[in-house]
Ligand binder design. Structure first.
Ligand SMILES: [Zn+2]
Length: 186
Protein backbone atom coordinates (compact mmCIF):
# COMPACT_ATOMS: atom_id res chain seq x y z
CA UNK A 1 0.00 0.00 0.00
CA UNK A 2 1.25 3.47 -0.83
CA UNK A 3 1.82 5.81 2.10
CA UNK A 4 -0.36 8.63 0.72
CA UNK A 5 -3.65 7.80 -0.93
CA UNK A 6 -3.85 9.79 -4.20
CA UNK A 7 -7.44 10.74 -3.38
CA UNK A 8 -6.10 13.22 -0.80
CA UNK A 9 -4.48 15.20 -3.62
CA UNK A 10 -7.77 15.81 -5.44
CA UNK A 11 -9.11 19.37 -5.51
CA UNK A 12 -12.92 19.48 -5.18
CA UNK A 13 -12.93 23.05 -6.56
CA UNK A 14 -12.20 21.58 -10.01
CA UNK A 15 -15.71 20.09 -10.04
CA UNK A 16 -17.56 23.02 -8.49
CA UNK A 17 -20.67 24.18 -10.34
CA UNK A 18 -20.62 27.76 -11.49
CA UNK A 19 -24.40 28.13 -11.78
CA UNK A 20 -27.12 26.65 -9.63
CA UNK A 21 -28.49 23.47 -11.27
CA UNK A 22 -31.95 24.24 -9.83
CA UNK A 23 -32.46 27.97 -10.47
CA UNK A 24 -29.47 29.00 -12.67
CA UNK A 25 -28.27 31.72 -10.28
CA UNK A 26 -24.49 32.20 -10.16
CA UNK A 27 -23.18 30.31 -7.13
CA UNK A 28 -21.21 31.82 -4.29
CA UNK A 29 -19.20 30.08 -1.60
CA UNK A 30 -20.20 29.49 2.03
CA UNK A 31 -18.89 27.47 4.92
CA UNK A 32 -21.14 24.44 5.30
CA UNK A 33 -20.22 21.53 7.53
CA UNK A 34 -16.64 22.63 8.04
CA UNK A 35 -15.62 23.45 4.49
CA UNK A 36 -16.30 26.13 1.88
CA UNK A 37 -18.84 24.84 -0.63
CA UNK A 38 -20.58 26.25 -3.69
CA UNK A 39 -23.92 27.64 -2.52
CA UNK A 40 -26.83 29.35 -4.22
CA UNK A 41 -27.70 32.80 -2.77
CA UNK A 42 -31.16 32.52 -4.30
CA UNK A 43 -32.59 29.06 -3.45
CA UNK A 44 -30.09 27.79 -0.85
CA UNK A 45 -28.73 24.85 -2.89
CA UNK A 46 -25.38 23.58 -1.55
CA UNK A 47 -23.10 21.47 -3.71
CA UNK A 48 -21.64 18.59 -1.67
CA UNK A 49 -19.02 16.76 -3.69
CA UNK A 50 -18.84 13.13 -2.67
CA UNK A 51 -16.84 10.12 -3.81
CA UNK A 52 -18.70 7.88 -6.24
CA UNK A 53 -19.41 4.44 -4.75
CA UNK A 54 -18.48 1.39 -6.75
CA UNK A 55 -18.32 -2.36 -6.27
CA UNK A 56 -15.84 -4.99 -7.41
CA UNK A 57 -15.79 -8.74 -7.04
CA UNK A 58 -13.09 -11.29 -6.20
CA UNK A 59 -14.27 -14.47 -7.94
CA UNK A 60 -11.94 -17.46 -7.89
CA UNK A 61 -11.93 -20.85 -9.60
CA UNK A 62 -9.37 -22.70 -7.48
CA UNK A 63 -6.35 -20.35 -7.69
CA UNK A 64 -7.53 -18.54 -10.82
CA UNK A 65 -9.03 -15.07 -10.54
CA UNK A 66 -11.80 -13.75 -12.79
CA UNK A 67 -10.63 -10.71 -14.78
CA UNK A 68 -12.23 -8.75 -17.59
CA UNK A 69 -10.57 -6.77 -20.35
CA UNK A 70 -12.08 -3.31 -20.62
CA UNK A 71 -13.73 -2.27 -23.85
CA UNK A 72 -14.06 1.45 -23.08
CA UNK A 73 -11.97 4.29 -21.59
CA UNK A 74 -10.60 4.91 -19.12
CA UNK A 75 -7.95 2.22 -19.55
CA UNK A 76 -9.53 0.50 -22.55
CA UNK A 77 -7.76 -2.77 -23.34
CA UNK A 78 -6.48 -3.18 -19.79
CA UNK A 79 -7.65 -5.73 -17.23
CA UNK A 80 -9.68 -5.39 -14.05
CA UNK A 81 -11.84 -7.29 -11.62
CA UNK A 82 -15.53 -7.28 -12.59
CA UNK A 83 -16.54 -3.87 -11.26
CA UNK A 84 -18.59 -0.76 -11.78
CA UNK A 85 -20.43 2.13 -10.24
CA UNK A 86 -23.38 1.74 -7.93
CA UNK A 87 -26.58 3.19 -9.36
CA UNK A 88 -28.43 5.77 -7.28
CA UNK A 89 -31.34 3.40 -6.64
CA UNK A 90 -29.49 0.17 -5.86
CA UNK A 91 -27.51 -1.07 -2.90
CA UNK A 92 -23.83 -1.95 -2.90
CA UNK A 93 -24.33 -5.72 -3.08
CA UNK A 94 -26.86 -5.26 -5.89
CA UNK A 95 -24.28 -3.31 -7.87
CA UNK A 96 -21.71 -6.07 -7.39
CA UNK A 97 -24.12 -8.78 -8.53
CA UNK A 98 -25.24 -6.74 -11.53
CA UNK A 99 -21.71 -5.91 -12.68
CA UNK A 100 -20.63 -9.56 -12.52
CA UNK A 101 -23.72 -10.62 -14.46
CA UNK A 102 -23.31 -7.89 -17.09
CA UNK A 103 -19.58 -8.31 -17.67
CA UNK A 104 -19.08 -12.07 -17.24
CA UNK A 105 -22.45 -13.78 -17.75
CA UNK A 106 -22.03 -15.51 -14.35
CA UNK A 107 -24.40 -15.57 -11.41
CA UNK A 108 -22.66 -15.38 -8.04
CA UNK A 109 -23.41 -15.43 -4.34
CA UNK A 110 -21.55 -12.71 -2.47
CA UNK A 111 -19.41 -13.66 0.51
CA UNK A 112 -17.62 -11.44 2.97
CA UNK A 113 -16.28 -8.00 2.15
CA UNK A 114 -12.67 -8.45 1.07
CA UNK A 115 -11.72 -4.77 1.39
CA UNK A 116 -12.97 -1.20 1.08
CA UNK A 117 -10.72 1.20 -0.79
CA UNK A 118 -10.80 4.90 -1.57
CA UNK A 119 -8.94 6.07 -4.63
CA UNK A 120 -8.93 7.99 -7.88
CA UNK A 121 -10.52 6.87 -11.11
CA UNK A 122 -8.41 8.56 -13.77
CA UNK A 123 -8.18 11.37 -14.35
CA UNK A 124 -9.62 12.86 -11.18
CA UNK A 125 -12.78 11.14 -9.94
CA UNK A 126 -12.92 10.31 -6.25
CA UNK A 127 -14.22 6.78 -5.72
CA UNK A 128 -15.03 4.45 -2.85
CA UNK A 129 -14.98 0.80 -3.89
CA UNK A 130 -16.39 -2.08 -1.86
CA UNK A 131 -14.70 -5.33 -2.90
CA UNK A 132 -16.66 -8.53 -2.24
CA UNK A 133 -15.63 -12.16 -2.31
CA UNK A 134 -18.06 -14.27 -4.32
CA UNK A 135 -18.83 -17.85 -5.33
CA UNK A 136 -20.28 -18.96 -8.65
CA UNK A 137 -23.79 -20.36 -8.58
CA UNK A 138 -24.71 -20.35 -12.29
CA UNK A 139 -24.61 -18.64 -15.65
CA UNK A 140 -22.20 -19.14 -18.53
CA UNK A 141 -18.86 -17.36 -18.89
CA UNK A 142 -19.22 -14.81 -21.66
CA UNK A 143 -17.83 -11.29 -21.96
CA UNK A 144 -20.48 -8.63 -22.50
CA UNK A 145 -21.45 -5.04 -21.74
CA UNK A 146 -18.24 -3.04 -21.20
CA UNK A 147 -15.99 -6.13 -21.12
CA UNK A 148 -14.52 -7.41 -24.38
CA UNK A 149 -12.84 -10.47 -22.88
CA UNK A 150 -13.27 -12.42 -19.66
CA UNK A 151 -11.44 -15.34 -18.14
CA UNK A 152 -9.91 -16.93 -15.06
CA UNK A 153 -6.16 -16.41 -14.69
CA UNK A 154 -3.57 -17.89 -12.31
CA UNK A 155 -2.52 -15.33 -9.71
CA UNK A 156 1.12 -15.96 -10.60
CA UNK A 157 0.47 -15.45 -14.33
CA UNK A 158 -1.89 -12.50 -14.57
CA UNK A 159 -2.52 -10.75 -17.87
CA UNK A 160 -1.63 -7.09 -17.95
CA UNK A 161 -1.61 -4.29 -17.50
CA UNK A 162 -4.09 -4.20 -14.62
CA UNK A 163 -6.12 -1.01 -15.05
CA UNK A 164 -6.55 0.55 -11.61
CA UNK A 165 -4.43 1.00 -8.48
CA UNK A 166 -7.25 -0.34 -6.28
CA UNK A 167 -7.48 -3.50 -8.38
CA UNK A 168 -3.69 -3.92 -8.39
CA UNK A 169 -3.77 -3.63 -4.61
CA UNK A 170 -6.50 -6.29 -4.28
CA UNK A 171 -4.61 -8.65 -6.59
CA UNK A 172 -1.40 -8.05 -4.65
CA UNK A 173 -3.21 -8.92 -1.41
CA UNK A 174 -4.55 -12.12 -2.99
CA UNK A 175 -1.04 -12.96 -4.20
CA UNK A 176 0.36 -12.28 -0.72
CA UNK A 177 -2.09 -14.84 0.72
CA UNK A 178 -0.30 -17.37 -1.51
CA UNK A 179 3.26 -16.20 -0.86
CA UNK A 180 3.59 -14.36 -4.16
CA UNK A 181 5.23 -10.92 -4.49
CA UNK A 182 3.06 -7.80 -5.02
CA UNK A 183 2.26 -6.54 -8.50
CA UNK A 184 4.30 -3.61 -9.76
CA UNK A 185 2.59 -0.30 -9.10
CA UNK A 186 1.15 -1.23 -5.69
ZN1 LIG B 1 -30.44 28.08 -6.80
Amino acid sequence: MSAVNPVTRLDPAVHAYRYCPHCRTELGSRNEGGAPRPTCPSCGFVQYLSPAPGAAVVLLRADRICLVRRKYPPKAGQWSLPAGFQEYNEDSAGAALREVREETGLEVRLGEIFAVHTGVLPPDRSVLVVIYRADEIGGRLQAADDAEEVGFYPLDQLPGPIAFAIHRSVLSDLRAERGLPPLKGT
